[in-house]
Write a protein of this length. Sequence first.
Length: 147
Amino acid sequence: MKIIDLGIGDPRLDTDLLPVLRELRPHLTEELFRQVYERGHAQGLRFTAAYTDGGTCVGAAGWRIVDTTSVVRKLYVDDLVTSESARSTGVGRALLAHLEARARAEGCHELSLDSATHRTGAHRFYLRERLDIVAFHFTKALEPLEG
């Protein structure tokens, strides 16, 4: 397996990574994904792809390094998805290990992510990979301001 970062403008973002990412985020169109990455890149958003030896993208991770008052420096995983056809083959584990190594190299004190409450299969995977459940994540949907 080969794990590589894909920068803004890399055509593999649309051809390889986005189809895998859409398995987790089906609302993303090519245009919306491009907009999010362009805005998010300035905020530290990066994408990493996992490829089989045959060159097929089977995993995607969106992540960023952030400095916070709670843990000082952490690598936050926005998205972590393995294509349906490659689940339980070690792709998720390899991506997570890659991100953990990057976090350590960048001086992070923590690797963290959020996972929707209904994704129990993902929760089993995260617990198996020795991630702990340490907080509740609260959210409030906001309507755009008119004007």
